[in-house]
Design a protein around this ligand. Sequence first.
Ligand code: HEM
Length: 402
Amino acid sequence: MQPVETLSLEEIDLSEDGFWERPREEREGVFTKLRRENPIPFFNEVAFGPLEAGPGYYVLTKMKDVLFASKHPEIFGSAEGATGIVDLPPEFLEFFGGMINMDDPRHAHQRKLVSAAFTPGMLKRVEDQVQEVAAKVVDDIAAKGSCDFVTEVAARLPLQIICEMMGVPEDKWDFVFERSNVILGAGDPEYVGELEPDELIGALLIAGAELVALMEEMVAERRERPTDDLTTALITPDADGEVLSQADLNSFFVLLLVAGNETTRNAISHGLYQLTLHPEQRQALVEDFDGLSRGAVEEIVRWASPVIFMRRTLHADHVLSGFELKKGEKVLLFYASANRDEDVFEDPYTFDITRTPNNHVGFGGPGPHFCLGANLARREITVMFRELFKRLPDTPSVSLTT
Ligand code: HEM
């Protein structure tokens, strides 16, 4: 795939209705042009139902600027208004105010408590689960001949892993899947139906509240009967005797579902699609999985860039690569554009599982918010493809249907 430049600088508007429905080549052409001619453009915001249009946002399209903003949270904050374009209304904070939307000292405190729960023993247990779940997912599709890869394979593994990690009872997995799809698929009629924006906001709040109610049930039960799952670890005081509040536990649960689910699903789906378009690379991977899988996973994450952007808000005036940014202004760190930056990647539009170096920012830039689940996601993608290629070496191949 090569970018096609169809729009002039004046015509480019990322907020415009329909921009994101343009063919991928054209969208990539827009970012190629921006990186070259106007690397930190400004766009107006649009109103979303009852939510009024905000003041607009800048977009960081170059890798060096995304790296700088990631490394300087004292200038580029995550808490004010949160990390989406629209400021998060206060009623959302109860469910969606997890640590991804916090600054220090709150963020550091919560990240320390959560990281303490990700012990080597816990991660080993999760590794075994990844293997088991991936094998089962492949078993279930092996006899079928064809299936919808996204729903039956790519979506199942990450969801089941998070549910197993947290100790969600198996009869609640479908419930968790549906509710998290409402949150993640907001705006996608396949998941939420044709809703008006204010109905959509209501649906999001209900889904958040239902997931939180489930977490509260699980926490109450673990207090009675502790197990070896992550929920139990999270309610156990750490070495300093500190523990997360119920509100923090709730928003962390929703964050895990939101952050760890659709991202890994999209990476696995894009991965299989690219490997189908490049049969010689797929064959090489089948023949030397151990030698090539590490690089393949990084290239899949770079290529897919499942998190397109995250927002920061300026804590102070700052001049970034000659662009004057003012305190309070919104800035989007466009990982999807940085991951195609011609100054960093040779032939950025070529999918190449042997690419070295491959310093992508698919999991975010280096800094306090770097993806907590990066190693888990890498493991999930690796094991999923290992199982697929071991059991079904000639298939699967994919065709795109909408
Ligand atoms: C391919 C899969 C994944 C991708 C591309 C991805 C990407 C990202 C990115 C870009 C961020 C940075 C956000 C920021 O700087 O504002 C992030 C943060 C985070 N991710 Fe992931 N992620 C993936 C999988 C996972 C998984 C499997 C989990 C856990 C089960 C997870 C949990 C988190 C959490 C908790 C944060 C917030 C960390 C913080 O604010 O300190 N992610 N992820």
